[in-house]
Design a binder for this molecule. Sequence first.
Ligand code: SAH
Length: 507
Amino acid sequence: MSAPARPGIVYLVGAGPGDPGLMTARSLELIASAEVILHDRLIPAGALAGARDDAELVYVGKEPGSAAMPQREIEELMVARARDGRSVVRLKGGDPFVFGRGGEEAEALAAAGVDFEVVPGVTSGVAASAYAGIPVTHRDDAGAVAFVTGHEDPAKDESALDWDALAQFPGTLVLYMGVGRAGEIASALIAAGRAADEPAAAIERGTLPGQRTVSSTLGGLADAIAVAGLRPPAILLVGPVAARRDAIAWLESRPLHGRRVVVTRARAQASGLARTLAALGAEVIELPAIRIEPRLDSEEVRAAVADLHAYALVCLTSPNGVRLLFEAMVAQGRDARALANATVAAIGPGTAAALRERGVIADVVPERFVAEELVEALADVDVHGKPALIARAAEAREVLPQALRERGAKVDVVALYETVAEEPSPDALDAAQEADYVTFTSSSTVKNLLAAVGERFPSGARVVSIGPVTSAAAREEGLTVEVEAERHDPEGLVEALLADAAAEPRT
Ligand code: SAH
């Protein structure tokens, strides 16, 4: 099924267990098109990033320590918005019908005569287990799996659950909401005949950065949880399959597992690097030190774009520069053909890729991503007496314009954007204190980050730099650069970091 959210309909949507990559295609489509989104607390970070700018986002979940919006009010709100003819997404963690009160909400909608659809999500009991290396079923020792609420106190007489039957259940037990009651739950199961030495596990923050798994036996589970200090959200799992983690655990064997890596790029650019690092197992902390402020309405930009066809050479020095040059062109009703007369030079592969996306194959791309290399790569291009345009950031090195002027070019340097300092969020800064690595992708991120954090620069972290210019800036700020990329682009930086992590065992 694939179509945007329709007016007057409520979609009960599962957002999955926490890893944004486990959101379904359908959930993303509905989030992107809904006019109203009512969401819980346990939804993946950035789950709402794709929502419409004009969408009404209502948080209806429970903050730890404060009251949630009462269930009846949530239901009334959904009904009211749908009756107003709006498209409504009710976004819940995991699957909406697995301990999510989605069933009640569907009944309320049905009773009110409001149309609705249900979009299943990946439920945490299955996903957290999978990320822990535990298959909830297995041909050899689990032909059934039960999802059980651990919310109720098994010692109470009015417990709605039949603990005797659960103890006899011939398969894996997956308990939600039970981490605080692990002791009572284990006692009830053992008292009813489940073996105390049966393998068991508890999985905290499954599929999220920093997921933790404790392996034990049913009898030892509560102590193991207490020793590790596991807290909600977590699931408990009881069954022989829990022992298969020994052989299957894969999450912990990813190359950057357990490493905390700070990414200091501007938020707009950081996501690619952050995603790559996270996929390698790192816990990524985004601490953007700079922000890109476009400067497209300046007279110099307007004039350069109006005369674009007159330049013999156009140099672009960042993917942001490419993006903004094209924005400025479109604003004047122009397209890639304005570059038809020019030799187009890109400072590196990322910039060249940004050009290619817009239909322009760069004529000159140096292999290494610094201004000196671009100067060299341009050696064969005849610029004498010819107009050349360098479109770039406001604050940049003078190497390229100088070299071209020395060769007789008539150089115009145009600032398409400015990089301005960004105040780091206190939470991110706290998290960064324990970092294993801090990555720098430009000298401006070095300068701005140090200006912003000062004494709170994580003292135990190894500094990773994208190349010699950035390294020099870091040394100037008194940092020791432990790792420098050989290829001066984000992929090269990741490669260098991986090599260092392999050589530097975790302490
Ligand atoms: N509808 C959700 C469950 C909601 S009940 C689903 O299908 O997953 C909330 C409980 O879900 C938590 O107490 C915890 O037991 C479990 N849970 C949710 N997210 C989790 C996660 N990322 N890791 C482990 N358990 C999680």
